[in-house]
Write a protein that binds this ligand. Sequence first.
Ligand code: VG1
Ligand code: CO
Length: 544
Amino acid sequence: MNIQTVSTTPFTDQKPGTSGLRKKVPTFQQPHYLENFVQSIFDSLEGFQGQTLVVGGDGRYYNREAIQVILKMAAANGFGRVLVGQGGILSTPAASCVIRKNGAFGGIILSASHNPGGPREDFGIKYNIGNGGPAPEKVTEAIFAHTKAIAQYKILDATDIDLDSLGSFPLGNSTVEVIDAVADYAALMESLFDFDRIRKLLTNGSFRMCMDSLHAVTGPYAHALFEGTLGAPAGTVQNGIPLEDFGGGHPDPNLVYAHDLVEILFGENAPDFGAASDGDGDRNMILGRHFFVNPSDSLAVLAANAKLVPGYKDGLAGIARSMPTSQAADRVAERLGIESYETPTGWKFFGNLLDAGKVTLCGEESFGTGSNHVREKDGLWAVLFWLNILAVRQESVEQIVTEHWQQYGRNYYSRHDYEGVDSDRAATLMKGVYEQMPTLKGKKFGAYEVAYTDDFSYTDPIDGSVSNNQGVRIGFTDDSRIVLRLSGTGTQGATLRVYLESYEPNIAKHQLDPQQALGELITIADTIAGIHTHTGMEKPTVIT
Ligand code: VG1
Ligand code: CO
């Protein structure tokens, strides 16, 4: 066995963001760049000798090359067994499932999620711990500290593993097992949902659905589940073959980037149900016929209807949402008499609550929903959850959401993203907001009066760890909110996210366009933050 110890020097830009390290492909292709980060992951862990590591990615450009490097480094560093998805593929929730099922020490997931892929586009890498979830901040901070001090890494001098053939292959003192990427995940889904009932719905001759995998990782999973096990007609899944560049698009399931699907669901003769998922399969967008389900509402609806689904028939322990997500789910929790939790942005903050059994469902406004079945958000799980509800209730998506608003009131909600803003300008904008914060309380803007402002800080109720500076909240006396924060997943300049929310109990006012209902708050956000002046942009890049 030939283990090489290679001398290297640190890169200064390897700080993990909201979900791992994300950079342009050419950055990762610099000599030692990937190796430094992988060694820094291993150097921040203890006790993995002889243990199992799970490796897989969303199939984007550079996935296969990166996996070969990681396999050789894992073997050289002493892992006993490495499980890798066939073709190097594992969706993020499937990787979480495989880590848990096999009692692995942890996993490395290769993805830049919803960001474009290709030789000049984005790549990413993140580490997940033994519970199957993203490494908590204390681990990502340790990794970052190691990247700043690294002097050498270990790698096996060996030929590449054939990632396309299932089976076990020796690699140094370890074994690489190329596993079916879909099987474990599909079995888990079958254990949670009423597949017989969903099958009846999908084959009743009248209900029609369309699933758009956006040429990303969920293609094989969606084909197997919807068109295979559940009997939906061929063609139900579109863009279902993963491509290294996602066909040149953004694999981001929102109204802008999933436009093919949006056109179908808002067109003539539209199907009853549409869904899309992102690059790595952890996000979902849900559409009804001529109807968009806001992700914050989706979380609330799933929570309110959870008992209709076999996996959740005994009810929920609690619900967690990220801070910028609308408060719609809190209203459901209150009525169910269960706890609700508000965490910073990013799935890593849900892990402790799920492990401690405090919550069953979690969600983010950014098209992320999930539960205690894995430790990542899960796009196809959300689609199946909706199908299970539709199969039981026999109502349309629009009816279900509208009835939900009637029962709980409607939390009008929108997120405005300003992408590719100059980083200095974005910093100046946020500084300006921070400076005004102490004087905003009590100030009136038209009908709105500021009740509080803060920079969101979270103390984990399980381990007491504190995360500061998680976004500015400006709350009004009528429960409306404006939240401002900078994205931690971009690779170019800065992305400003402005989150807007207001509450409308009056049923007669539930049918407004959210941009209209939130119009005054949108103006107030600009008055306070000077968005147009600082960004130089007339309007947001993406409105959700
Ligand atoms: C964004 C979303 C956040 C999500 C994260 C990772 O982060 O806002 O809710 O958890 O992406 O999602 P940010 O820092 O850019 O706002 V994924 O599907 O890219 O792994
Ligand atoms: Co994702």
